[in-house]
Design a protein around this ligand. Structure first.
Ligand code: ADP
Length: 355
């Protein structure tokens, strides 16, 4: 496909004083904290063992061939370590990584600029890649496949077509919604992997590691108490360890024991399944107002005052995997386990007898 670009588009974005790259340090959420605890290599990257093994082989093969790694797509709920893994891969390959996200690549010049700024072997990480618009996607196809940009420049009679070579690079895409990626884009990734929720033991290791970096005193039982309520997600585990550490410091002697962790998490209203007040409001709404469902996602979102995307990306994946919620063609339904968890005695008629 040809891209119509005005002459300005051929100026390197940094020379124009505008760079579409979102630097890691500008990513939201307590950036300094997140950056200092982010694992930098495979040894400190906990869990996801099958994925790590596959990646180590791909990296070793790419190095032997002296070629960049195949394009990679990681998918899974937020906070499971997709961005972190991209950084680990860059470190392992000994190359630089540029981090951006699809909403920052709205105009053709954004994606063209970033592609033209890449150096040989570099990694381009695009977060939320399912949100790329059609034009940006079509610019990416020849770039990913043949390392070329096809562009036309000038206006009407002076129009010129250019095939601009790009250095060989690796694209790492991350998405919470693999199903929303267009087929042609998905097909251009050589390696596609799903990140799994972490086990309690793995999260306890994440917590102990983070506590070590932050000089927080924590017992093994304390780490497990936090891990149990971290929804299988390292980002949440890290957030909770910090909150619990504040509580331990102010209300106790600073040490996180099982008892201190549990008391603190109770105060934060995070229950023993790791559910917070939004998750509980969602389940209670379906139980109390819709007899357990099914009910449409838009109705749920409007009733609890959250946007659909937050519910789909943040709340639902864990509720589904914990077996508390079910997705049906007619909408969301809560499971008997959710009734039990929230201490409801009466199930809707169709679910009675399932206990
Ligand atoms: P995603 O890109 O999937 O939303 P991130 O890569 O930003 O998630 O990870 C969120 C945080 O969780 C990171 O700051 C990192 O410290 C931590 N983290 C993620 N995966 C791991 C892991 N496998 N081991 C240790 N910490 C991890």
């Amino acid at each position: 496909m040809s891209i119509i670009a005005d002459d300005n588009d051929f100026i390197h974005p940094e020379k124009k004083g505008k760079n579409p790259v979102i630097k890691p340090e500008s990513i939201e959420y307590d950036k300094n904290f997140e950056n200092c605890i982010r694992p930098k290599n495979f040894d400190s990257y906990i869990g996801q063992s099958a994925l790590k093994e596959t990646l180590k082989i791909s990296i070793a093969a790419a190095k032997k061939r002296e070629l960049p790694l195949d394009h990679l797509l990681f998918y899974g709920p937020p906070g499971l370590g997709k961005t972190t893994l991209a950084g680990v891969i860059a470190e392992q390959m000994g190359v630089d990584i540029k981090i951006t996200s699809a909403p920052a690549l709205e105009r053709p010049r954004d994606i063209i600029g970033i592609l033209m700024s890449l150096k040989g072997g570099e990694i381009l990480f695009i977060d939320e890649i399912h949100r790329l618009n059609k034009v940006a996607e079509e610019i990416l196809y020849p770039a990913m496949e043949d390392f070329f940009l096809d562009m036309t420049t000038g206006k009407s009679q002076t129009v010129k077509t250019l095939r601009v070579p790009l250095p060989k690079f690796t694209l790492i895409g991350a998405t919470t919604k693999a199903g929303e990626l267009s087929g042609p884009l998905r097909d251009r990734f050589g390696i596609i992997h799903r990140l799994e929720f972490y086990t309690e033991d793995e999260l306890a290791q994440v917590i102990t590691r983070t506590a070590g970096i932050l000089n927080i005193d924590i017992t093994e039982e304390g780490a497990h108490a936090i891990a149990k309520r971290s929804r299988g997600t390292p980002r949440i585990a890290n957030r909770l360890v910090k909150r619990v550490s504040d509580y331990a410091l102010v209300k106790h002697d600073g040490k996180i024991t099982e008892d201190v962790a549990n008391k603190s998490l109770d105060i934060l209203k995070i229950d023993n399944f790791g559910l917070d007040s939004t998750d509980r409001a969602l389940l209670k709404l379906i139980i109390e107002k819709y007899d357990g469902g099914p009910v449409g996602i838009e109705t749920i979102a409007a009733a609890i005052g959250e946007d659909v995307r937050t519910i789909e990306d943040v709340c639902e994946p864990y509720l589904l995997q914990a077996g508390l919620l079910q997705r049906t063609p007619r909408g969301r339904k809560v499971s008997p386990a959710a009734y039990r968890h929230l201490h409801y005695k009466n199930l809707p008629p169709e679910q009675q007898g399932l206990f």
